[in-house]
Design a protein around this ligand. Sequence first.
Ligand code: ADP
Length: 659
Amino acid sequence: TPGTVVEPGLLDSKTNNYLTSLVLGDDEVGIAYVDITTSEFATTQMPLSRAVTELERLKPSEIIAAESADLSGWELKAPLTRLDDYHFEAEITRQALLDHFGVATLDGYGCARLPLAVRAAGAIVHYVRETQKGSTGQLTGLTTYSTDSFMALDMETQSNLELFRSHHSGATDGSLLSVIDLTKTSMGGRLLKRWLSQPLLDIAELVKRQDAIEWFHANTLPRTQAIALLSKISDLERLINRVKSNIAHPRELVAVRHSLELIPELIKTIESSPLDRTKEGLKPRPDVVALIAQSIADEPAASLGEGNVIRKGFSEELDKFRLASQDARQYLANLERQEQEKTGIRSLKLGYNRVFGYYIEVSKANLPQVPESYIRKQTLTNGERYFTPELKEYESLILNARDRIAELETSLFQRVCQQVAAVSEPILSLAGALANLDVFSSLAEVAVRQSYVRPELNAGKEIAITGGRHPVVEQTVTAGSFVPNDTFLSNEDAQLIILTGPNMAGKSTYLKQVALIVLMAQIGSFVPAASATIGLVDRIFTRIGAREDLSAGQSTFMMEMVETANILNNATPRSLIILDEIGRGTSTYDGLAIARAVAEYIHNYSGLGAKTLFATHYHELVELAGVLPRVKNFNVAVTEEGGEVIFLRKIVPGGVDKS
Ligand code: ADP
């Protein structure tokens, strides 16, 4: 099934493949997800209203839900597999989890008091067992998480800010991810994606990430060394899970060995760093390296059974059969010459094919010289094939040896796999540490290359950026020509910025750059600015007009109003709202009225008060600054020269006086 596939060819190495389970309660939902190729297994319970955003973050490849779950009105963007209600029952799922983890209570997993989370997770255990022929070894642990500790990023915002895909190409190219993803391993790639879809609200955790990045930023030699080593490391998470599921190929085991061999060197590169957690997780496994090195050839055959997988000297018995088979082959090689001499037939040939086994072939012209003792086996158009009792004897010797070699090799290989699988848990935590190391060092590398700075994070109510840049647009314009701009937003006095300016002046670029800088800061990354102080934001809302997305069948206007209502209903004083051209989908006066009403509501409604950037071509809105104390006007400077508009790309105080 799409959520349980393990074939590397069907998976994107830098993307998690999530199977998600959905359980509906009265006003809450349970959501659990697993990536059986990496062993990530987590569950949560949350208010119904947040479920869609969480599914949008996970981007599952398959969703399982009970037959009776009423999902009408849910726009699920993944194939839905309906299962018998029984799979989701409270007692059955709880028992499935207890049995699977061999524990008496779920307290240790943090979900004991979250019935919907338990049901969602238990259903996954059940489903994985069913689709993986009874094996659930990939489910090594379960974490319970809360979406409260993350910034919520809905689909609109992910897409408006082009976090993972650009509008233009629909591909990664031109997205924020494409600029900041310099990770070297698939594990790091997946982790960075996870960070980007789950910005944090936890300052202490963010500061830890910043410290790690800063260390790599400041220490060039360890950074380049770590990056070089990481680029030689394979996808341990997925490899180990293949070993555990008994589907690993011999060469994959060698890849595990080569990756593990690099760990001691990698540890040395970060010896003097403050990366305590990473150091702790980065435990070398000389035992596993030795085991694989002793048992598996350096360059094993792609598949088992031919006798070229197990290293010489590992198994006496196997070596004995290999030798026997080799001797017999050598004997047969000599036999050809012997028979040529005996019969005087120079063109006599010894051959082998799968159907007839070994044979002696004589061409038509020489048939009269064939000795009595040859027994006819097969007639060809221009000759005959024979065998002799002696040939038969060696043939069975060789075939017998071959069968034994195949058997022995397979069972030896499986035994090695089992031994490796037995320590899969420590190897998986090692893989986790590698992923972190990869993300830290690569984000530091990005920061160096693109001149990003470490933002200061606090729980305050201000966002202050000097010399901010748009991380993606600055790459597309001629080097050095991007014009940096400052931003100051504050719940106290600069809550709502009305940004005016002609088309193409750079309004949307500016709006998005502020959102992107905040977002990057909240994954722990450095940011494209000269300096930045960010009061953490609980959610970024974006409403970008004039997008030709009519696929949902709703009119532009209707869609705009629904999205705007969503923002007004859910934003908090800690949110950041980006509004680009509200009220476009209707006539000028209605549009202006709506735009103004929205701005007033955000400013005046006591529960809201979110920091807002509002770009508009309605220059009438600049009047608001005169009436509402926390509204500030800015515009993107342009000059006219000889009747031509020249874009200066500089955000300056004040409104524009003409459209
Ligand atoms: P608007 O929203 O005002 O119509 P955009 O933000 O789409 O304008 O900007 C138009 C183009 O101007 C962008 O594609 C980019 O190439 C360029 N641009 C925008 N901001 C800057 C800047 N700060 N420095 C240099 N070029 C910029």
